[in-house]
Design a protein around this ligand. Structure first.
Ligand code: NAD
Length: 268
């Protein structure tokens, strides 16, 4: 991929940049890591699963860039600090921070437990602020940087039986606006991507689909997406392209915005 892009003379959008992606071992984070590496960025991914992390790093290095995995549970302050200092130690700078790690919990106001509420808020909200706060001194010292937060279409509209999650993602949207205003004069842009339903392997692990073979799974996905405007779920790669747009100079005059990538779901 690296050689092909260079040989064709197409400039790579992230050459010379260092990107830190939280939760980069699977789903949208992993797809974004691939796209960033294909576009020439050196990439650090974090996550809790060391085996998956090392496998992903090997795949990223095939793009001819530097890549590293740092084990981190982003609900822990010391792990967040470690992720930032390791990125600086290994690659010397942080140009792009993609705050991607997040969890979803089902539940309404009556049956959401204190524990579930805290888990969702600690990761989906506090870790986004915390990772940004820790990266900012380096971005300021470099003269600029870009933060992209992974919110959700459920941060833009009401959601049923996903109270803590939807509230957490609305907080990310508002955090994006507030941080963008505080940082705009410092040449640091902050934007959010709001994916709609995007099929990731985690959905299988969570048992959202009962499918014994690929054909049955495809049919189950078609059935489950029948109520969506485009009659299908998004793919992680489709979200990654929006993240690339927000992370690159293609969006150089954009800050404090939310880019909704949901196949039209919130247009109704
Ligand atoms: P995913 O489960 O594949 O990815 C989440 C990643 O976060 C995983 O790599 C996971 O290991 C990591 N993670 C979870 N808890 C962590 C912790 N405490 N510390 C460090 N890493 C942790 O699912 P995904 O759909 O790719 O989710 C990525 C982001 O996209 C999330 O913020 C999610 O809310 C958001 N999102 C997803 C969808 C969708 O339909 N898939 C829609 C809207 C928003």
């Amino acid at each position: 991929m690296n050689g092909l892009l260079q040989a064709s003379g197409i400039p790579r959008k992230l050459s010379g940049k260092v990107a830190l992606i939280t939760g980069g071992t699977s789903g949208i984070g992993a797809a974004t890591a691939d796209l960033f590496a294909a576009e020439g960025a050196d990439v650090v991914i974090t996550g809790r699963r060391a085996g998956l992390g090392q496998e992903k790093v090997e795949a990223l290095c095939k793009y001819g860039v530097q890549a590293a995995y740092v084990q981190a549970d982003h609900t822990r302050l010391e792990d967040c600090e470690h992720a930032i200092t390791e990125t600086i130690r290994l690659l010397g700078r942080i140009d792009i921070l993609f705050n991607n790690a997040g969890i979803v919990m089902e539940g309404n106001a009556e049956n959401t437990s204190e524990e579930d509420w805290d888990s969702v808020m600690n990761l989906n909200v506090t870790a986004v602020w915390r990772m940004s706060r820790l990266a900012l001194p380096y971005m300021r010292a470099q003269g600029g940087g870009v933060i992209v937060n992974n919110a959700s279409d459920w941060g833009m509209v009401g959601a049923e039986n996903a109270l803590a999650y939807a509230v957490s993602k609305a907080a990310v949207v508002q955090m994006t606006r507030c941080m963008a205003l505080d940082l705009a004069a410092g040449n640091i842009r902050v934007n959010a991507v709001c994916p709609g339903d995007t099929f990731v392997l985690r959905w299988l692990e969570k048992g959202y689909f009962e499918a014994s073979d690929p054909v049955t799974l495809e049919q189950a996905k078609v059935d489950a997406a029948a109520g969506l405007p485009m009659k299908r779920f998004g793919q992680p790669e489709e979200i990654a392209h929006a993240v690339l747009f927000l992370a690159s100079t293609d969006s150089s005059f954009m800050t404090g915005q939310t880019l909704v990538v949901d196949g039209g779901n919130t247009a109704r």
